[in-house]
Design a protein. Sequence first.
Length: 363
Amino acid sequence: MAEAPAKRITDIGPPHHKKFLPPVILNNYGKWKYHEIPRPGVLLHVGETGDKLWSVRAASPRLIAIDTLRWYADLADKYAGGHLRFTSRNNVEFLVTEEKNVDPLIAELTAAGYPVGGTGNAISNIVHTQGWVHCHSAATDASGIVKCVMDELTPYFTSMKLPGKLRIALACCLNMCGAVHCSDIAILGIHRHAPAIKHDQVKKVCEIPSVVAACPTAAIRPATVEGNASVEVIEENCMYCANCYTVCPAMPLNDPDTDGVSIWVGGKVSNARTEPRFSKLAIPFLPNNPPRWPEVTEVVKKLVELWAADARKYERMGDWIERIGWPRFFKLAGIEFQKQHIDDFKHAGLTFKRSTHIRFDKA
Ligand code: SF4
Ligand code: SF4
């Protein structure tokens, strides 16, 4: 006799977060008095009762093995009463209630290659995506570039000497999973030619009206090609966004020779001092050059150094650029102004210069 199917359990949601909180947080929930940052990577939270909690923040590559998770758990058992959490930038934070455990925990993390930092005016972890590890539409890799860039910027992770916070994000295609559209520096994978169309497959694997509707520039229209019900792309209207490929696997764009990376700057999410803003295009194209992406790494480092040297206290990258003006920023960064910098999508006029206020640089 066939076995009865196991009862299907569904819609139970995640476990309640309070189940995992250390007693000190439960006892002081909503009653924290203040916090301070006694050293990079360590936040000291003090409750109204006088209770203290040190959260020790370490870098994490985000993509980690179960062995690493077990090691994190062992460290938490040893130093933090079994309690840790992950931050919104994928750092790991150990929740320590005994001050004597802070130094040995930091020593053990650092010795294993997990720097402690990411607090205050620092460069914290890079919010990033799947890249060639797991996604079908990536124009570049994620983990690879992130590792190369952070290798260069680790001194800014482990210190708090910058004028303000500087957030870096990476997305491997224009879907922009994550935070590239609102980061101080964003690394974004791009394609540079129109999709190839496998006309004999379109009808079999794609819903043609959805494909047509997926194109932001209306470059796709239904067509019969060599007897196949398919689509055609008006190439001069295509901007290589790959939205069509997302809905139609018969329209691939990925190309190892022409895919690469664009760099965006000046975005922020917080409302502190100035309004949140989107990041804007700084460099239209840099090549994919694995495994170390030297061009990308060099540019990101240079942008960080320029901003760090010239920005005023608490000025974010976008605030700084607004103050000095985009022409000056381009000149300082050695970026050639190109036609790709000029917005030509809907409502582009709003981004054009509409005043006579312009600064002429001295020769
Ligand atoms: S950004 Fe694009 S390629 Fe990267 S994970 Fe998201 S959908 Fe995939
Ligand atoms: S790549 Fe983007 S712009 Fe080009 S045809 Fe596909 S959806 Fe349209």
